[in-house]
Write a protein that binds this ligand. Structure first.
Ligand SMILES: *[C@@H]1O[C@H](CO)[C@@H](O)[C@H](O)[C@H]1NC(C)=O
Length: 442
């Protein structure tokens, strides 16, 4: 019975191994030399790539070897892109986006259970995934979804985010609006934020919801990474915007980016070299998003923009004081990095660093109190862990109903790796729990 599992045209597989010993006897001298050269080169390449691929990772992380491979691929594309960028051919973000769009098959097809269509909401491109399950004429739930990628990468129409939209629409029997907002470097802050806000306000209008058969009381917003940043910022604006009568029921933030004033939180210190989001890469994403001078990277690394002699930052300090906001067990042995003398010109040039539309963690408590039921997902091996955990604590203090999933073996971006062939155990688990939370609470 079991043998039938093997395709019959693979019968030669076993004889080939038993004939192996006699193989070299039939080769000419030239062929034998060629074979040796070939084997040597292969071995060297293997060693070189192992050296390139290997990075030390904590044993608690999900499937370390897979993660190393993934990290090496990211670094490979980034290195080539950086060279092209430095030579002035093309912007690094364009190279990475090209790789993302072309390595993954752009999915345009609807499936049996989900109708996919591209349209625009108030001039903003969106991809709408509509479940065709459920009873005819029954009102559905809906989620505005905002994809991640450092405000510069990714697409609602490709790879993971297309698959995610389809899965969410089907599993939740819902309408998912995945926003194709404009990206860096074509635009800078606040354009991506404004795109999401416009599209969300457009969708929340009663006549638009009715057209999609959506229950006005059951609309949520969600996003991962930089998309979590945009979702959180727009949820705050919707909560206080009197022109929007129909409010959001939930917000679900997946390893969100929430602040740029402290790049030395315990998680930034602990995970500074953790794939797939290194600390320097996150800071570069911020500088690009704000259209800032890239040479500020070194100054931001040491928190020079929030030194004690930078007075503009005084009011914001308590809102991200992790020595108070984080549980002591997560502070571990880490110490706050506070410079005595810094560079006040950074905040003068980049007031957006203090703008809650860019950094939702900086919102006042009375605004936070108006936010809807919240879900926050965080990963232990992620520079952004503490952004999410501090927001969790501040929402709790403001009296918001907020729930949390924390993954001890999680790394930044892991929920994107829940689809064949690039899946991780923590990716599958986190996606399941996220969808289950929405199912229960939306
Ligand atoms: C931080 O600011 C101080 C004071 O202005 C300056 O001397 C130092 O070079 C800065 N460090 C970095 C890395 O920019």
């Amino acid at each position: 019975m079991k043998q039938e599992c093997y395709p019959s045209d693979h019968w030669w597989f076993v004889p080939a191994i038993t004939e192996k010993q006699g193989l070299s006897e039939g080769l000419t001298v030239v062929e034998q030399i060629a074979m040796k050269v070939f084997l040597t080169v292969t071995l060297l390449l293997a060693l070189l790539s192992a050296y390139y691929i290997y990075i030390p990772l904590p044993p608690t992380i999900s499937e370390p070897w897979k993660l190393m491979l993934l990290d090496a691929m990211c670094r490979g594309v980034t290195t080539m892109g950086t060279v092209a960028h430095a030579l002035g051919f093309i912007h690094l973000a364009d190279v990475l986006n090209y790789a993302l769009m072309n390595l993954e098959e752009p999915g345009t097809k609807s499936s049996e259970d989900v109708r996919v269509s591209d349209t625009s909401f108030a001039g903003v491109q969106v991809r709408v995934f509509q479940s065709t399950l459920g009873k005819e004429g029954e009102m559905k739930r809906a989620v505005m979804y905002i994809h991640g990628g450092g405000w510069a990468l990714g697409s609602a129409r490709a790879g993971f985010y297309h698959l995610l939209g389809r899965k969410m629409a089907k599993d939740l029997d819902a309408v998912i609006v995945s926003v194709e907002y404009r990206l860096v470097p074509k635009v800078r802050f606040p354009a991506p934020y404004e795109d999401i806000l416009l599209a969300t306000k457009h969708f929340l209008q009663p006549e638009v919801l009715a057209r999609y058969m959506v229950d006005p009381g059951r609309v949520g917003i969600s996003g991962d990474s930089a998309g979590g940043n945009l979702a959180a910022a727009v949820a705050q604006q919707i909560a206080i915007d009197d022109s929007v009568s129909n409010k959001l029921k939930v917000q679900a933030l997946i390893y969100p980016v929430l602040q740029a004033l402290d790049f030395n939180t315990p998680s930034y210190q602990q995970n500074q070299y953790m794939p797939i989001l290194y600390r320097q890469v996150m800071i570069s994403f911020w500088l690009e998003y704000l259209g800032a001078n890239p040479s500020y990277l070194q100054a931001l690394l040491v928190n020079n923009h929030t030194a004690l002699d930078v007075t503009q930052v005084e009011v914001a300090r308590a809102k991200l004081d992790w020595t108070v906001l984080l549980p002591p067990a997560l502070q571990k042995q880490y110490k706050p990095v506070v410079q005595i003398h810094g560079m006040a010109q950074i905040l003068e040039e980049l007031p957006a660093l203090l703008d809650m539309r860019a950094a939702p963690l900086l919102a006042e408590q009375d605004l936070l109190a108006r936010l809807p039921h919240t879900y926050i997902m965080t990963c232990e091996h992620d520079v952004l862990r503490d952004d999410g955990l501090m927001y969790f604590r501040r929402l709790q203090d403001a009296g918001v109903a907020v729930e949390q999933d924390h993954y001890e073996d999680g790394f930044h971006g892991c929920m994107a790796f829940a689809f064949w062939p690039a899946y991780f155990s923590v990716g599958l688990r986190s996606l399941d729990n996220y969808v289950a939370w929405l199912h229960k609470n939306l």
